[in-house]
Write a protein that binds this ligand. Structure first.
Ligand SMILES: NC(=O)C1=CN([C@@H]2O[C@H](COP(=O)(O)OP(=O)(O)OC[C@H]3O[C@@H](n4cnc5c(N)ncnc54)[C@H](OP(=O)(O)O)[C@@H]3O)[C@@H](O)[C@H]2O)C=CC1
Ligand SMILES: O=C(O)CCCC(=O)O
Length: 479
């Protein structure tokens, strides 16, 4: 890999301010496009997680005692360094994750934006003065950092899922110990290198790799950890929710989705097709906010499906590092097989495969489009997390709302339509934390990202994201 700063590609961990290098006994990080081994990161466990937590607790008082502006200056420097090294970080990400280089560049900018945003937002951790209940009392509300925070992050957004947690934590005055996904730890390590370069006390941001269950066991059993933030599968999220109860840790969970994408009969069809392509095939469909079920109203169904099929056929599959690639490899064979199972199940139950679904070597899979999909098929209920667009036909708005809400998930939903009253009715009726209306792209650092129902708890990004790392303390003063 041709990097301007080759030292950013480092198979190491940062534990309690100390670098620990990986070796052949560690976890091999491979390029999903080529199978090449990029590096080995250490295989650590509970003891090192405990060490990182203890060092974080030691470093916290001095960090929390600084002014928000002083913290912001360091965070701003970290943001600048991430953007200065955007190209190297994007190359590292594409190599370990597979997404096209253009998407990696976008994710690095997106990741950096959380640091920039929270560097400023930390200055606005306002408290309150409340009119008292008695003449001889005064009531003040303070916002204080929650304490040592821990994060467990997934492989699909190797940088942004770290900064979306570490940004608000550090801005609020909390240190963080991060366990990145084993498949994509190199982006996390590169971010930590730049954080230290920015002047952050290295004990304030540890990065630990190894046994996920052992590290998570320490995160949840260690009473020093006061906040746990997780992005990943619903199954693991539920386990962590239960484990965090041991010490009643404050928790944020960003879990699975089953996003509906509804095309009403008055929609701008070209815009809807583009929105569907963006929302469905970004990161090869491996995004928790990817549309999983596309509902097209009867009046425009056939025209929409025909146009969508043309666009899906144009998508170029290849190594993310190659110019012009729209869809890179999937993360592993299990991901390929799950997508294939959803296609096979739908076809066996009467759906039509209009294009794609074929293996293209390794973990490359041709983007697929199904029509004639119904509620009985697995894809209606389960998140595919792959490049498969299943189209359902519906008649009335009420039918679309009922179908869209018939899931235990509630992360993102999308719809396209023009009529203002319909737009409001649908937006309000959808049981989701985020609704994209006439757009397939909703992610930004300035808006609250998060789900309802079994898609999680808490919000990340925006002014709401800072609250997740703050406690509210009330002072009752007799005068
Ligand atoms: N909401 C989202 O954004 C995401 C959803 N998913 C969904 O989950 C499916 C499976 O993906 P997968 O990568 O296995 O997701 P996981 O939930 O298993 O992985 C996410 C993170 O959790 C860690 N983890 C794994 N097991 C445990 C455990 N027992 N205790 C604590 N942490 C653990 C992983 O570590 P390690 O990598 O070391 O195993 C990783 O850091 C996907 O197909 C998709 O449907 C996946 C990723 C993100
Ligand atoms: O898929 C995820 O893990 C959530 C990140 C996606 C985004 O922020 O758009």
């Amino acid at each position: 890999m041709n990097l301007a700063r080759p030292e950013l590609l480092r198979g190491a961990n940062l534990i309690a301010g100390r670098w620990i290098e990986g070796d052949a006994n560690g976890i091999a990080v491979t390029n999903p496009a080529t199978g090449e081994t990029l590096a080995h990161v250490p295989k650590l466990g509970r003891a090192e997680a405990a060490e990182a937590i203890a060092a974080a607790a030691q470093a916290m008082p001095a960090w929390a005692a600084q002014t928000a502006k002083a913290r912001s200056i360091i965070l701003r420097r970290w943001f600048d360094l991430i953007m200065t090294n955007q190209e190297d970080l994007a190359k590292i990400m594409t190599a370990e994750q597979g997404k096209p280089l253009a998407e990696s560049r976008g994710e690095i900018a997106y990741a950096a934006s959380f640091i920039e945003w929270f560097a400023e937002e930390g200055k606005r951790a306002y408290g309150d003065v409340i009119p008292p209940h008695a003449a001889d009392k005064r009531i003040l509300v303070l916002k204080q950092p929650v304490g040592v925070a821990a994060a467990i992050t997934p492989w699909n957004f190797p940088a942004a899922m770290i900064t979306r947690k570490a940004g608000p934590a550090l801005a609020a005055g909390c240190p963080m110990v991060v366990k990145p996904a084993s498949a994509t730890p190199l982006s996390a390590v590169a971010l930590a290198i730049l954080a230290v370069e920015a002047g952050l006390d290295a004990r304030l941001l540890s990065v630990i790799t190894g046994s996920a269950s052992a590290i998570a066991a320490e995160f949840t059993a260690n009473a020093t950890v006061r906040k746990l933030s997780f992005t990943g599968s619903t199954e693991i999220g539920k386990q962590l929710y239960a484990a965090a109860a041991q010490h009643v840790q404050k928790i944020s969970l960003e879990l699975g989705g089953n996003a509906p994408f509804i095309v009403l009969d008055d929609a701008d069809l070209d815009a809807a097709v583009e929105g569907a392509i963006q929302s469905k095939f970004r990161n090869a469909g491996q995004t928790c906010v990817c549309s999983n079920r596309i509902y097209a109203q009867a009046g425009i169904h056939d025209a929409f499906v025909a146009r969508l099929a043309e666009r899906v056929k144009q998508l170029k599959v290849g190594d993310g590092a190659a110019p012009g690639t729209d869809i890179g490899p999937m993360i592993d064979m299990a991901a390929v097989e799950k997508t294939e199972e959803h296609i096979a199940d739908a076809v066996a139950k009467g759906a039509t495969l209009l294009t794609g679904g074929t293996r293209m070597g390794g973990t490359f899979l041709a983007p697929a489009l199904l029509s004639g999909v119904t509620a009985e098929m697995a894809v209606a209920r389960e998140e595919t997390f792959g490049p498969l667009a299943p189209v359902f036909r519906f008649e009335t708005d009420a039918d679309a709302i009922a179908a869209a809400n018939a899931t235990e998930f509630g992360l993102a939903a999308y719809f396209y339509g023009q009529n203002l009253s319909r737009v409001f009715r649908l937006a309000e009726a959808l049981d989701y934390g985020m609704v994209g209306i006439n757009t397939g792209l909703i992610s930004t650092e300035v808006a609250p990202f998060g789900g309802v129902k079994e898609s999680g708890v808490g919000r990340e990004g925006s002014k709401y994201g800072l609250d997740e790392y703050l406690e509210t303390k009330y002072l009752c003063i007799g005068v």
